[in-house]
Design a binder for this molecule. Structure first.
Ligand code: ZN
Length: 205
């Protein structure tokens, strides 16, 4: 039976702030040490600032996801990577040692070397996390803007009512004056001077 080609090839989708090359070096060291070969699908996500390094993987499979915050300790990434690689190999949590299962800080995977640092890319476009933060900032400003506009609208409505009342009062006063003036004019046109309190049109006959 022909031996199938088990050379490691990694299909990397990298959304993190770290360079593909530095990620690949760490992945190759881990997979090489565990004897994981063949075609592997890796998705490296950008974790939240101050977030944890986390991962998911198919048990006895080829897919793995690692979520790496921009500020991190590379050894922590190595521990989570090793944990997920064990899943890819077919291990369930019960099959792992305590330090592997809980990625304990006292544990250094055997393949870990100080040189396996993750290098931040200087040319990368803003990460999803950075974009999210920018949108959140704009959202906060929009909320504040709306609250300000609402306060102004309320104030404007108060002023509107005030001026409407004022206008109505003035118009009424003017109408009353006009009515009085026109009544007096009618009376005077008939040539009969009428004193106050005698304003009845029948008197003019
Ligand atoms: Zn697990």
């Amino acid at each position: 039976m022909a031996r199938f080609d088990n050379r490691l090839s990694i299909q990397l989708k990298n959304d993190s702030v770290f360079t593909d090359a530095s990620l690949r070096a760490m992945l190759a060291a881990c997979f090489g040490s565990l004897g994981l070969g063949g075609k592997r699908q890796l998705h490296i996500k950008a974790g939240r600032r101050n977030g944890r390094v986390s991962g998911r993987a198919t048990v006895r499979g080829r897919w793995m996801m690692l979520c790496i915050p921009p500020i991190h300790d590379p050894l922590t990434v190595a521990r989570v990577l090793h944990h997920e690689a064990l899943h890819n190999l077919g291990a369930q949590h019960e099959d792992m040692t305590k330090e592997q299962r809980y990625c304990q800080a006292s544990w250094k995977p055997s393949w870990w070397r100080e040189e396996l640092v993750l290098v931040r890319s200087t040319t990368k476009a803003p990460t999803d996390e950075a974009k999210r933060l920018a949108v959140q900032k704009k959202l906060k400003a929009a909320h504040e803007g709306l609250a300000r506009a609402n306060r102004r609208a309320k104030l404007a409505a108060t002023w509107q009512k005030k001026w409407k009342r004022k206008l109505a009062g003035l118009e009424q006063a003017l109408r009353a004056m006009d009515a009085r003036a026109s009544m007096q004019a009618t009376v005077l046109l008939d040539g009969v001077p009428v004193g106050e309190g005698e304003l009845t049109l029948t008197d003019t006959d």
